[in-house]
Write a protein that binds this ligand. Sequence first.
Ligand SMILES: NC(=O)c1ccc[n+]([C@@H]2O[C@H](COP(=O)([O-])OP(=O)(O)OC[C@H]3O[C@@H](n4cnc5c(N)ncnc54)[C@H](OP(=O)(O)O)[C@@H]3O)[C@@H](O)[C@H]2O)c1
Length: 315
Amino acid sequence: MTWSSLSLSFADVLWISLAFIFLAAAFVHGVSSRLLSKPDKSRPHVLFQDLIRYGKTKQNLRPDDWLHFFDVPKRWFWHFYVISVTWNSLLLLFYLSFTFQHQSHPSWLTTLLDIWSGVPSADSQVPQLSTLLVQLLLCVHSLRRLQECLCVSVFSDGSMHLVQYLFGLVYYVIVGLTALSTDRLGKGTGSLLSQMDWFHLAGSVLFIWASWMQHQSMVLLARLRTGKSGSVQTLAHRLPQGGWFELVSCPHYFAELVIYIALGLVLGGLSLTWWIVVLYVLFSQGLEAQLCHDFYKSKYESYPKHRKAFIPFVL
Ligand SMILES: NC(=O)c1ccc[n+]([C@@H]2O[C@H](COP(=O)([O-])OP(=O)(O)OC[C@H]3O[C@@H](n4cnc5c(N)ncnc54)[C@H](OP(=O)(O)O)[C@@H]3O)[C@@H](O)[C@H]2O)c1
């Protein structure tokens, strides 16, 4: 039995693999931290930790010197969003001319999409309005994150692994391809306005709410390092307080999950591939939130007991 016989596209298999890698990493990390009474300094363990952690959660890891060779500044996060804004705006333009001027995509893009999502199937039901909205919201999301990286966040000298950096560079490229491939045939029924449904509105409202929550969390994190005048006073990692930080250690990671769920809703819940992407976001952000939660708990003895790591009241 092959994955094509299961009607899974290359995109499905890739997103399932990514989701599984993060789930497995969370499992291995959870088991090893419960079983080991003192830190494991073996090379495979340190390499594993170096690959799953970045920024503050990597601070106490003492990798061999050779591993520092692969460190990239975490403040380079903005590179991901420059690529995302550029690539996703380009894809949006292609889709607009496909929808309104009935122009085919350039041949390189058609080939890429054929590999990515397989030959278009006639039973795709995602409305054109959904694909268009998701592409637009992805551009808005990336622009906001770019603005936050450049103008709001105060970065320390934290680092990430070169592998994480390279993955971040391609991440929004494949997210954009996934969004575009939700409608390959452009056989939408009626005008865009007549396609409008309750889930477009509900998904957009949820997207705006989650984006606001994420933005507020980024502002609160930045304020931990700045004074009243806005000047940077420290680069230390302090105890976050206020807003959704009262409920979870990482509300910005939770907001990220809600943003992807909102986009799944905008697609009318009809794209299986998108729900696999949501699963990937759940596992990847869940792992990072747990590492961050453990970091705060080990640093602050008085860390609020009721505060969860990732999902308010749940996880
Ligand atoms: N979709 C995905 O796959 C994906 C993957 C990764 C991230 N993201 C999203 O990208 C956004 C940023 O993620 P991130 O991992 O960079 O968040 P983060 O580690 O919390 O960092 C955000 C900013 O806050 C600072 N900061 C963090 N904790 C702090 C503390 N205790 N005191 C003072 N400043 C603190 C960081 O500085 P330093 O770290 O430089 O010290 C950085 O400037 C999140 O919304 C996340 O959901 C998405």
